[in-house]
Design a protein around this ligand. Structure first.
Ligand code: UDP
Length: 241
């Protein structure tokens, strides 16, 4: 039912909340299976797919270090980065279980469980049709996996950064709280920054702006949405210049 992909290579940003039930934490095997099914459809259409995984379902550095100095802020961020590896391992197995060859790559070395992120190697995996799951963000504290997604998206030469959410795009207000919230079809990076719209954090938006990397914010959990998105159908909200 869907047209051929209009993209050759995409980066999908999956927040930690994609790995758990809404409002919960930790990992839900059902949710992991669901996101793996969606992601595997992209790969099965011949699109090169890199996935940056977050860790907010397990731990966020800023939250853990707030209000106390027992765990240093930098340490808390490193803890957050290791949380992303837990999600990455889960996603890798779920994808491989669907017959989708996958490599887990980290910017903090974990030789026993993942490959180190090396740009040329990541590109080589992608060209062989392997899904590349990128964990530990940038490898540096004080930023988020959104920023890692913007950086890796540029570095790997993707055409679009697909930001998965559980609503249908970017709204003028929180659609889960305000029934009058309207969804935008298109936004500029400047509008997002000026109106403080919830797309990704500002560092990541600034990086996408600087690098001219388009962002598509879309509902990842709706069956068929990922196919629609890569077939160029007008779903979600596009952010570009
Ligand atoms: N983090 C970090 N550097 C990075 C990426 C992540 O220090 O390059 C830490 C940060 O503390 C963050 C946590 O890892 O809160 C988990 O990532 P994130 O909050 O981006 O996950 P998401 O919101 O996507 O679930």
């Amino acid at each position: 039912p869907y047209g051929p992909s209009v993209f050759r290579r995409v980066l999908l940003k999956l927040s930690g909340e994609s790995f758990c039930r809404p409002g919960e934490g930790g990992i839900s095997v059902d949710e992991v299976s669901r996101i793996a099914r969606q992601a595997s459809r992209v790969a099965s259409r011949g699109v090169e797919l890199a996935i940056v995984v977050g860790g907010g379902n397990i731990l966020r550095g800023a939250t853990l270090s707030r209000g106390s100095d027992v765990i240093k802020e930098a340490t808390a961020h490193y803890m957050g980065m290791t949380a992303t590896v837990i999600n990455g391992l889960a996603l890798q197995d779920a994808l491989e279980g669907l017959g989708c060859e996958t490599r887990l790559l980290t910017t903090i070395r974990m030789d026993e469980i993942a490959e180190p992120f090396i740009r040329r190697r990541a590109l080589s995996h992608l060209s062989r049709g392997r899904v590349v799951v990128l964990a530990t963000g940038t490898g540096s504290p004080f930023v988020t996996t959104d920023t890692a997604a913007a950086l890796r998206g540029k570095e790997l030469g993707v055409e679009v950064l697909m930001k998965a959410t559980r609503v249908d795009g970017v709204y003028s207000a929180d659609p889960e709280k305000n029934p009058h919230a309207v969804r935008y079809d298109n936004l500029t990076y400047e509008q997002v920054m000026r109106d403080d719209l919830k797309v990704m954090d500002m560092t990541a938006i600034g990086m996408c702006l600087d690098n001219n990397l388009p962002i598509l914010v879309f509902n990842f959990k709706k069956e068929g949405n990922i196919e629609r998105a890569i077939a160029g159908e007008p779903i979600g909200t596009w952010v570009n210049n």
